[in-house]
Ligand binder design. Structure first.
Ligand SMILES: [Zn+2]
Ligand SMILES: [Zn+2]
Length: 287
């Protein structure tokens, strides 16, 4: 991964720290209703977001949000050495912390960790191994959760829930570093959460409003830019596909209306840009 991607929204600076990007993924693996040919029909997705055949890229990244001397970390990825049922994510060894340090950050300097939701790829670096135990990585940070998000995680039927709760969330709760916040929590300095459920219960996105500029960090209400055009395509992990479709259209509409700098949490290659009206749907125009 070459260089560091950084965006500004007024006084707010957002930096991407990439854990992994995978390209040439057959789209039906993530979106059962999709085909590569249907993806490739949307010419604007090539080459940043898909190859010429229509196979897609996906990125796992965390975002550091800096404002007014604060440093918030959003969605800290899968992590290394985690026991997970998802084979692509089990027991990995990515140089994420090296990239985090190279981008100028330290674990001590993070004061808040924000989770759009509690899937395995959004909480992993919250803990690190210490002997046989998992202990908090960002020991100076308050870690924000929604009540519905924690409740959904405690459902033993959810994919990888037991592993995520045990290794990545319970150690934060036990250390007293967790805050349960409303889904529309005001985080001050122009940052606020907004409910965007459907992918999971209690899912939130993050709006930024600073000196007249607007930004939006999506989380997983949209996984890939092609869903701006194909809003009906459910992702395999969507807990409530109908609610997720309605949320996707509502949030994309709000992003386009506000002219927000939109950062797609799983968007590959050029994840920051603008959502632009295109017929009765949208397209994504990278910044
Ligand atoms: Zn997810
Ligand atoms: Zn995800």
């Amino acid at each position: 991964m070459e260089g560091v991607q950084r965006w500004t929204v007024g006084d707010v600076v957002i930096t991407s720290v990439v854990e992994a990007q995978t390209d040439h993924i057959p789209p039906e693996l993530l979106f059962p209703a999709a085909t590569a040919a249907e993806v490739a029909k949307h010419e604007w997705v090539v080459p940043d977001f898909a190859d010429e055949a229509g196979n897609i890229g996906m990125r796992i990244q965390a975002l550091v949000v800096e404002v007014a001397g604060r440093r918030l970390l959003v969605d800290p990825c899968v992590g290394n050495g985690k026991t997970l049922d998802m084979p692509f994510w089990n027991d990995q060894s990515w140089p994420f912390m090296e990239r985090f340090a190279a981008a100028g950050f330290s674990v001590e300097g993070i004061d808040t960790v924000v989770h759009t939701h509690l899937h395995a790829d959004h909480v992993g670096w919250d803990t690190r191994p210490d002997g046989d135990a998992w202990v908090p990585t960002f020991a100076n940070a308050r870690h924000l959760y929604t009540g519905a998000g924690l409740e959904a995680l405690r459902d033993p039927g959810g994919y990888d829930n037991e592993n995520v709760l045990r290794d990545s969330v319970q150690p934060i709760l036990d250390a007293g570093l967790a805050d349960v916040v409303p889904e529309d929590a005001d985080l001050d300095d122009g940052l606020r959460l907004a409910s965007s459920g459907g992918h999971t219960p209690g899912h939130v996105s993050i709006w930024i409003d600073s000196r007249g500029e607007i930004g939006l960090i999506s989380g997983d209400f949209v996984h890939h830019p092609v869903q701006c055009a194909e809003t009906e395509w459910a992702e395999i992990g969507d807990a409530d596909a109908e609610e997720a479709r309605a949320t996707r259209r509502r949030m994309l509409h709000e992003a386009a209306e506000s002219g927000a700098l939109f950062i797609g949490t799983h968007f590959p290659t050029r994840p920051g840009g603008r959502v632009v009206v295109d017929g009765d749907a949208w397209r994504f125009a990278p910044a």
